[in-house]
Design a protein around this ligand. Structure first.
Ligand code: ADP
Ligand code: ASP
Ligand code: MG
Length: 459
């Protein structure tokens, strides 16, 4: 397969009638073969999460309320887009089935991750079906594919891992007539199915990843992530109003930014693109003529901080033990506790007798503390935030660290990590000091002396 563009439109890009009309216009304008991956309408996945919370609380009335809201939003959309009656029936049947499942779950009084995925998948199923029906009306031949039939995963419900071999097979099978019988495929992001046919999901924000997986399997010419901002910016524009647009960035830098909290890309998005060097563009569906950001193997601009990402809800665990002094195997013992409790560690720093590390998933924290306490003293700091300055070569560029720490005068830095990756300088501050810290850093690195070939001022 060749000459294919894979384009993903996020929730805000398909949030209502006007947004969907706009997306279909963008699709219409391209001459290429296109695979279009869409998210659930903005807010719908959150509503489905509330629905799951209400099932857990045995609040059946509120659960049904949530589902009726999902039904009404989509039914209204089918009317506004002038779709055929069967599209309305599709919405009704999907929600009716879900309501039946919900009553059953309420009787049982528990909800497994498997049932949660069944509920969470509805957002993308409905949006992709409606958008493909509208695109058929406007463009003509469009192939709709239910992505649970092509994205094959393991059974780790709510955070499923891709089975690339099976997914590749399914995509080649389903896309066999691509280009001859149709030039546009529309499918939902975020969802897949395991080898038994159960619906799975790829984790919140996972539609970007779906698009990247498809791009890899079809060897796409390019992957486009369409969202509600002009591309990758020097920081989150919701916090930093003066954030600048980056014209280009490397895969490594983008992956690091995504991992450390830049929500604009799901952290796994970049990896499928790397092996085949598929160019990734981040574009704004509200400004389709904008240049966006190109993510590629190597950026020609190095040795400077390009963007600052951050993530809240971080816990620092300080582990101290006199037995660590001169002992081998201590670190292995510590990390084994995290392995057994399936919790990933982000930053680590060690001294002669102590280790500090951070986690962002508290689910198994009580068990972790219990086990660590059998051989060390534990001290916890919750409500911390991780700040990551990203740019290739910054580790080896003199002057950057001193400017970085100089800008943060007066801020209490709880932990520092520099050196593990040459593209990232990471610190931990308390959530209370997060906003101030980001503002200080942004001011230091992005308020003046910017390369016009790399950064664009936004109004
Ligand atoms: P979508 O629904 O299209 O997937 P998301 O809300 O997941 O959109 O991601 C887009 C959001 O990412 C932006 O609205 C912005 O607030 C946030 N964001 C965080 N960091 C950055 C950054 N460095 N550059 C651009 N956007 C960022
Ligand atoms: N709808 C899903 C979510 O909100 C997936 C996505 O939008 O990428 O997490
Ligand atoms: Mg997203």
């Amino acid at each position: 397969m060749n000459n294919i563009l894979v384009r993903k439109f996020g929730g805000t890009s398909v949030k209502n009638k006007e947004a969907i009309v706009n997306v279909v216009n963008i699709i219409k304008k391209s001459e290429k073969n296109q695979v279009v991956v869409v998210s659930a309408l903005s807010g719908i996945t959150n509503l489905l999460v509330s629905c799951i919370e209400n099932i857990k609380k045995r609040n059946i009335e509120q659960t049904i309320n949530n589902l009726e809201q999902v039904r009404n939003t989509h039914k209204q959309l089918t009317t506004e887009l002038n779709l055929e009656n069967y599209a309305v029936d599709y919405v009704d049947n999907t929600i009716d089935e879900l309501i039946k499942i919900t009553y059953a779950l309420d009787i049982i009084g528990e909800i497994s991750n498997k049932s949660q995925d069944k509920i969470l998948s509805i957002g993308e199923l409905l949006s992709s079906f409606i958008i493909s029906e509208y695109a058929k009306k406007e463009i003509g031949i469009v192939k709709y594919i239910n992505s649970s039939e092509i994205i094959k995963t393991d059974s780790n419900f709510t955070e499923a891992e891709i089975d690339f071999k099976q997914t590749n097979l399914k995509i080649n099978e389903q896309f066999a007539k691509f280009n001859q019988s149709y030039k546009i495929i529309i499918c939902g992001g975020f969802i897949g199915s395991d080898k038994f046919g159960n619906i799975t999901t790829l984790g919140r924000g996972g539609s970007d990843y779906t698009a990247a997986i498809i791009a890899k399997c079809v060897k796409a010419d390019a992957l486009e992530i369409w969202t509600d901002v002009d591309g990758i910016l020097s920081s989150d524009p919701r916090t930093i109003k003066t954030a600048k647009l980056l014209k280009e960035i490397s895969y490594k830098e983008a992956a690091e930014l995504a991992y450390f909290g830049a929500k604009v890309l799901h952290p796994k998005t970049i990896y499928p693109a790397i092996s085949d060097e598929i160019p990734v563009y981040v574009l704004n569906s509200l400004n389709p003529n904008g240049q966006g950001t190109l993510i590629k193997i190597k950026s020609q601009y190095c040795n400077m901080i390009k963007a600052i990402a951050f993530r809240k809800n971080i816990t620092i665990i300080n582990i101290t033990s006199n037995r660590m002094l001169g002992a081998y195997g201590f670190l292995a013992k510590v990390f084994d506790v995290f392995l057994v409790n399936e919790t990933s560690v982000d930053l680590v720093s060690t001294s002669e007798v102590s280790i500090s590390l951070t986690i962002d998933n508290d689910k198994n924290l009580p068990l972790i503390i219990k086990e660590l306490s059998t051989f060390a003293n534990i001290d916890l700091h919750k409500n911390q935030a991780i700040i990551s300055a990203v740019g290739e070569g910054i580790r080896d560029t003199s002057g950057i660290a001193s400017r970085f720490f100089g800008a943060l005068k007066g801020v209490n830095i709880a932990m520092i990590s520099m050196g593990a990756s040459e593209v990232n300088l990471g610190i931990i501050v308390s959530e209370r000091e997060l906003e101030k810290s980001i503002e200080l850093l942004h001011k230091e690195f992005f308020d003046n002396e910017l390369l016009p070939d790399l950064f664009v001022e936004l109004n």
